[in-house]
Design a protein around this ligand. Sequence first.
Ligand code: GDP
Ligand code: MN
Length: 397
Amino acid sequence: MNLHEYQGKELLNSFGVRIQRGIVANNHKKAVEAAKQLATETGTDWWIVKAQIHAGGRGKGGGVKLAKSLDEVSTISENIIGMMLKTPQTPPQGKKVNQVLIAEDVYYPGENEPEEYYMSVLLNRATGRNMVMYSTEGGMDIEGVAEKTPHLIFTEEIDPLIGLQPFQARKIAFNLGLSGGALKEMIKFVTSLYTAFVKSDASLFEINPVLKTSDNKILAVDSKVVIDDSALFRHKDLAQLRDLREENEIEVEANAAGLNYVDLDGNVGCMVNGAGLAMSTMDLIKQSGGEPANFLDVGGTADAKRVETAFRIILKDPNVKAILVNIFGGIVRCDRVAQGIIDAYKNMGDAIKIPIIVRLQGTNAKEAKELIDASGLDVISATEFQEAADKVKEVLK
Ligand code: GDP
Ligand code: MN
């Protein structure tokens, strides 16, 4: 589950990580109130207005703007709230901005120039350990740094038993070229950041930029936080932060119906029981020249009601031109599933206008095929896996 920047920063702050302070607002009047309150609390007289969407690259897309007066806070917020913000990470049509974060300006001039660093915490799947990834080259183009000058990105792996050690925190701060008060601040920053990561069961923290202010404070200016969905049951407070407006509508609906569904770009809808079979079904569709439109694991109880829900969800995707149902009857009997498919099809009246290819294999597969063939419905049955994929290919032509 992704958090918004403002939610991620509040989470970090609750673990003692210093952040650029801000207040979220969903209209320009509240934005001005937020700016006034920040002025009182922090003494700032400039603000930065930041679109809150689940995508990075907002700066490049015009979703992050500096305001030098309350009037500017008002007009900038009015422009940004409600806009379809396009960034390199959004879908082509952009994402609708529902709220802005009004934050204190932390790039004020002083004895030094402000410096932007990059820091993330994530799992290294190759070693099975968390690592801190960091670079002096923070700011808006870390992807470019990773591509052109990867040697400027450092990693520090962390032993899961003993956690981030003080010498590691010091090494990170030294490698970032820090000394004196800023070095001490960075040690505290990375130590509390790592604690926050572990305690909140996060799968990704990305703080870009981490800023050294002109008066040597270290703070998080941005935050990308992803919490492991499988751990949300023990983080009720974090689970509440979910913003469904930011998520794929069909996936939200499928999850609410207890279906394991992932939306994809192709044209062949898949309804499969078991995640492994679902993956191989997607592979076979691709090998036969089609493109899967989704991953869908209907689970063990593929009864009429569940099959109907699954059909309705698959059909919400306008790109779907055919549906492949691939069920292995192990615990569930194929004839039951076949009856479920027939009932669902009939229940749906004329909602199904595209070809459906059904492959049922396992217990009572023969009876199942007979049921489908005798149903008189526009359903194509197949016995072998490859045969099913070939039939999909045929109907797509
Ligand atoms: P992203 O583009 O979605 O990653 O959004 P960020 O939160 O990283 O902000 C983009 C850029 O806005 C940063 O890299 C900074 O250069 C700039 N920025 C952020 N906060 C401030 C601020 O307080 N003052 C000024 N002048 N610029 C800021
Ligand atoms: Mn950023």
